[in-house]
Write a protein that binds this ligand. Sequence first.
Ligand SMILES: Nc1ncnc2c1ncn2[C@@H]1O[C@H](COP(=O)(O)OP(=O)(O)OP(=O)(O)O)[C@@H](O)[C@H]1O
Length: 606
Amino acid sequence: MPPLARASGKGMKRRPKLDWRFVQRFCSIQRVLFPSWSSQNVLMLGTLVGVTLTEQMIIYQVGVVPSQFYEALSDKDYGAFKNLAGLAFLLILLNSTLKSVDQYICSLMSVSWRKSLTESLHRAYFQGNVYYTLNVLREDIDNPDQRISQDTERLCKQMSTMVSRLIISPFTLVYYTYQCFYSTGWIGPVSIFGYFIVGTITNKILMGPIVSTLFEQEKLEGDFRFKHMQIRSNAESAAFYRAGKVEHMRTDRRLQTLLRCQKSLMNKELWLYIGVNTFDYLGGILSYIIISIPIFSGVYNNLSPGELSALISKNAFVCIYLISCFSQLIDLSTTLSDVAGYTHRIGELREVMDDILRTRCDYDPASGDSYDFDSDKVHSGPVDTAFILDCVSYKSPFSEQLLVEELSIKISQGSNLLVVGNTGTGKTSLLRVLNRLWEADSGYVQMTTCFGPRGILFLPQKPYLTDGTLREQVIYPLKEIYPVSGSVDDERIIQYLELAGVSSLLKRTGGLDEPVDWNWYDVLSPGEMQRLCFARLFYLQPKYAVLDEATSALTEDAEGQMYRGCKQLGMTLVSLGHRKSLEKYHDVSLKLCGEGRWELTKLKQE
Ligand SMILES: Nc1ncnc2c1ncn2[C@@H]1O[C@H](COP(=O)(O)OP(=O)(O)OP(=O)(O)O)[C@@H](O)[C@H]1O
């Protein structure tokens, strides 16, 4: 099934909410961001606490300055007024500097969190064949690429906007509650706490539907982007079909679905915004209502008008600040609903990846990986054998269609195997089973030789070209130049490009290491791509080469040239193909006949 179908897969069975599952997922992400007490993120958080605490102390001083201004102005004390103006200027300068440092640290933390979280997701994604299983075989997760790139970035950004407000809240709440109690008695803190509780409950109710809609919107955003990516990578094929109109319609359809969801999200957010704004403005009035109580009950009757204005100003600041601390927490509900949506998407991805890794029987968490190409681990078993299959049966995923039943075969050095059969009989699937991309339903499969230059190499049906220079194409999937015999020289690469018939690429690229600004898929013909893959094979020189219709775009002559090259280099071949001409390069033929049946015959060499 194509990945696009997966992109809009069945989705979550449970609607993501602000619930216990969210808390669990959030905590597990925090463990990635803060792995130890000495981690860089903890240090940055510590600095942020210091900066915001100092900022709060200065804010308090700035807040009480107006009440001192009232006193100085009503007493017409010019000297006190001058000193106050100087102090106010200094405090404001300090405050704005600290606020900017605070924002700067938050941005740095957001980048640092993104790095930690994305790297951790990458570790799981590229472990074993998780990226394959996730993109091809799992129906329960949409757009893993978007979750790793965009959702992670947004989660980290939103969390960083929350963090400085959250870490300072306990201190400011305790301090201003005390100040409020000192100025207004119990009535002030009790009314403000009551106001906060009502605000929180209301917002929790209004936030409920937003989290799941945001989750849905992100999924549709991924589907829309995927459609554009599909057109980008298949632009030529679509153009040959003159498919502009139909692709336009299909892409627009995805856009409409996305926009509908976005509108529904906005409708739900409207109520939340109304709630948040109402509480913000109510907070402004509440402070005066609180102060009015002792004034009207005659507590301050003995004060002069100047002293009363100074007291009202100071009390108003304390109450307003305490209310604003609570209002800020209520305001955070909009950010929190975003954080919850992204947390669910990333948390779900992490869980599915863990699940894939757990169920992979050849994954060894202690060693990290036993699967990848550059693994040094050589599987135990006879070195002259590549694969042993004993009574192996396999089906295609998501269907009960039996492809092969009880196949027993040993693939040994020097015995070249040709796999033939009608379309869809399971030839490529046999390679998937050999490569452990699919698990066999029953029987025993063993790969007795390692992957890599001295082991086994697969050439898939669709040539895979990476990004990078010509050298990187030839040595792929090696991470760096691999010393086969002493140091690898350019001559070897050039020699194998010639043997594969693509030495002209050297001229086109301007050299082995010249960076190219084109997409290899757009500029090479299918035949050239297949030849380049053979140059890769010649360079890596595995003992066993598994070729899935690797010469389908070449003429019989060119095919012969490639096969002779492989034989010259001592490779044992396992080939899949339809052409009769392939038989002369093989010793045994395995014919897949459909419905599980198969036939093994010896081929006569001319
Ligand atoms: N990822 C997948 N999910 C579900 N079904 C799949 C998947 N990959 C392959 N199949 C199905 O498994 C069956 C065997 O596919 P396979 O690719 O092995 O065929 P094949 O014999 O190699 O055909 P061809 O000669 O066309 O390459 C087909 O019916 C195919 O649709």
